[in-house]
Design a protein around this ligand. Structure first.
Ligand code: UD1
Length: 340
């Protein structure tokens, strides 16, 4: 059997870290990325860390014929589908952009899996499918409410599409992984988050302020009903997320799954407030961060953190990085970008 995995969005943040872990475990990898929000340089970083070259196709997955050529050229054992637009605010402004890209690409991936007999899929979902939850920590049995943003809705729809596809294609196996807040960078300092577009997530903004790329960090809201008034999230190191993908793919390939569709939360289980994350960053970097408390950001949920018991047990997975290690590696990466 081939051990070649198709990674969509392989030059992106989580995609590139997952390629590193797949290479470390002896898998072959082919990546497809349209480079809409990531740089081809990520493959150079992967090569520096692993010594291995990524075979890449710069293709838009919404282009069915172009994507079919990739499937013709390789025999895939599995697919890890990362490629998607992911800015919550932008999705509110430009919903059709999100519906078109995130849904059409998944339709094509599923259709081509069937056409070429690829049997295993891991799908990047998100904790944003839970919206504002009543009971924390949140587990996979929590009913999903109406989505808070078009981005979150594309993740809900994606999960349902895969589930429906699995029902009528019993030989096909899929897992949706609901990520909480991926942060940090490869401990080597050679790979990390480097979006082409303006960053809108907390940690790249924070390291960007600390290095001087941006003047100040605005904390979105200091009057939430949380322990210090700021939103609470479950930050998780990107390499821990990447490892979970390798384990999930192995779980499907070795047929350890009892049902052909399943969903797992990927979070550490620890809720950390925006201010606590800032203090952790200040501690590891030795820098005072220039921040102010500003108004709330539309679409933000108040608090969300994971009950990850299901994934810890099924995949025998554990998180190796705590919040300080997440901040430390993110800071190391920001400094290495500044020096390059
Ligand atoms: C959201 C989704 C997550 C998704 C991600 C994609 C939820 C709960 N989570 O993450 O699943 O993968 O988008 O982008 O919907 N903050 C500031 N100042 C800033 C930036 C952020 O205070 O300049 C705060 C936010 O209010 C939030 C926290 O930092 O409380 C994290 O924000 P961010 O990194 O943007 O991620 P989420 O919006 O939580």
């Amino acid at each position: 059997m081939s051990n070649c995995i198709l990674i969509t969005g392989g030059s992106g943040y989580i995609g590139s870290h997952t390629i590193i872990e797949l290479f470390n475990k002896g898998f072959e990898v082919v990546s497809v990325d349209n480079q809409s929000n990531s740089s081809i340089n990520a493959y150079e970083s992967v090569k520096k860390i692993t010594g291995k070259e990524v075979k890449n196709y710069t293709i838009d997955l919404c282009d069915l014929n172009a994507t079919r050529e990739v499937f013709k050229n390789h025999q895939f054992t599995g697919i890890i589908h990362f490629a998607a637009y992911k800015a919550v605010g932008e999705s509110v402004e430009e919903p059709l952009k999100y519906y078109h890209n995130n849904i059409a690409s998944l339709v094509n991936i599923l259709a081509l899996s069937k056409e070429f007999g690829v049997k295993n899929l891991i799908f990047s979902s998100s904790c944003s499918v839970y919206g504002n939850v009543e009971k924390l920590p949140v587990d996979e049995n929590t009913p999903l409410p109406k989505a808070e943003s078009p981005y979150a809705y594309t993740k809900q729809i994606g999960e349902v599409m895969i589930q429906d596809f699995c029902k009528v294609n019993q030989e096909f196996n899929a897992i949706a992984l609901r990520y909480f807040n991926p942060v940090g960078a490869h401990p080597s300092g050679l790979n990390g988050e480097s979006p082409i577009n303006k960053p809108n997530n907390l940690v790249p903004i924070r390291t960007g302020v600390a290095i001087g790329k941006m003047a100040q960090l605005t904390v979105y809201g200091g009057d939430y009903p949380t322990r210090d008034g700021t939103c609470v999230r479950d930050y998780i190191h990107v390499s821990d997320i990447a490892n979970a993908h390798v384990l999930a793919m192995g779980y499907l390939i070795h047929q350890k799954n009892s049902s052909n569709y399943d969903v797992f939360n990927l979070g550490t289980g620890n809720g950390v407030s925006v201010l606590e994350a800032i203090y952790a960053f200040e501690k590891v970097s030795g820098q005072k961060l220039n921040y102010k408390i500003g108004p709330r950001r539309e679409g933000d949920v108040i608090a969300v953190y994971s009950d990850s018991a299901k994934v810890f047990k099924a995949l025998n997975w554990q998180c190796e990085h705590d919040i300080e290690s997440m901040m430390d590696t993110a800071w190391k990466w920001e400094k290495s970008m500044a020096n390059s």
